[in-house]
Design a binder for this molecule. Structure first.
Ligand code: ATP
Length: 262
């Protein structure tokens, strides 16, 4: 856990979270708890609201036309409803990584410098140190140290995704939201990212949306199975990953994990 993460029983907790698009509910009453220093896999069939859930957690929904969110989110015990924090502060603490890598079409160095300067001020020595340690953490430093001024879009897909992870990590997030982060990567790049995600548990909590059950099994400590009924997504079952995978208690879990539905 990072130094300025306040102590609390859960890294993140949602209560009765609802998401609607143009007044039509897409996600209903999601109450979930995420343990510190854990990986929680969010799984479920297409359209059950997994991405909508993640975007509600760092208020990315505010950029989506017609999207409304209600309910509460607690970050290390502090209610974001009762104690709203500036958006940029929230996004630093609750960072998000997408399916397709999203480097800025600028140099590798600028990709790292822009957010670091923005959050910590324009101190070049501090920035260089922070950039180096984040690139090192994602195993990219040796691969890019001689071409920091090359355009980031020239990196391979896997390297771009690790650069995006380094860019987020440089700001010391407490929670990392990952929306199918490996689905655009080949198996070798996927293995590198998975190894990295496992190692990141020492410093933060991760929430990973994945359709890949083998990946969920490899990475997840906890799991939440989302489902959809009458157009509204909900949590069918949540708990330790091994319990859900091997002895699901819900009808949805039995159908999904046996491969019969979803
Ligand atoms: N911007 C939007 N406008 C209107 N409806 C939306 C929007 N985004 C998502 N939805 C609807 O909300 C529901 C949940 O979508 P969401 O993308 O969160 O599901 P998902 O579980 O992440 O799906 P997938 O696994 O296919 O990515 C779907 O019915 C979807 O059509």
């Amino acid at each position: 856990m990072v130094a300025d993460a306040p102590a609390g029983p859960y890294a993140l907790e949602t209560s009765a979270l609802n998401v609607a698009y143009h007044g039509k509910r897409a996600l209903c009453d999601v109450s979930l708890k995420v343990r510190p220093n854990s990986i929680t896999a969010i799984v479920g069939p297409s359209g059950c609201g997994k991405s909508s859930f993640l975007t509600a957690l760092n208020r990315l929904d505010e950029t989506v036309p017609g999207c409304t969110v209600s309910g509460n989110v607690r970050l290390f015990g502090t209610s974001l409803h009762d104690h709203p924090m500036p958006l940029e502060d929230l996004r630093r603490r609750v960072a998000m990584i997408f399916q397709r890598p999203t480097p800025f079409p600028l140099s590798i160095r600028r990709n790292m410098e822009i957010p670091i300067f923005e959050h910590f001020g324009p101190n070049r020595a501090h920035c260089a140190q922070r950039m180096e340690s984040a690139l090192e953490a994602v195993g990219l430093l040796d691969e890019v140290k001689d071409r920091l001024d090359c355009n980031a879009t020239l990196l391979s897909g896997g390297q771009q995704q690790r650069l995006c992870l380094a860019r987020a990590l440089a700001l010391e997030p407490h929670i990392l939201l990952l929306d199918e982060p490996c689905s655009a990567l080949d198996p070798l790049a996927t293995e590198k990212v998975e190894t990295l995600l496992k190692s990141l548990k020492q410093r933060l909590s991760l929430m990973l949306v994945t359709h890949n059950m083998a990946q969920a099994q490899r990475l997840a400590d906890d799991m939440a199975l989302f489902w959809v009924k009458n157009g509204c997504g909900y949590v069918a079952e949540a708990g330790p990953a091994t319990a859900l995978l091997h002895t699901p208690q819900s009808a949805e879990g039995r159908d999904y994990f046996s491969g019969r539905l979803g």
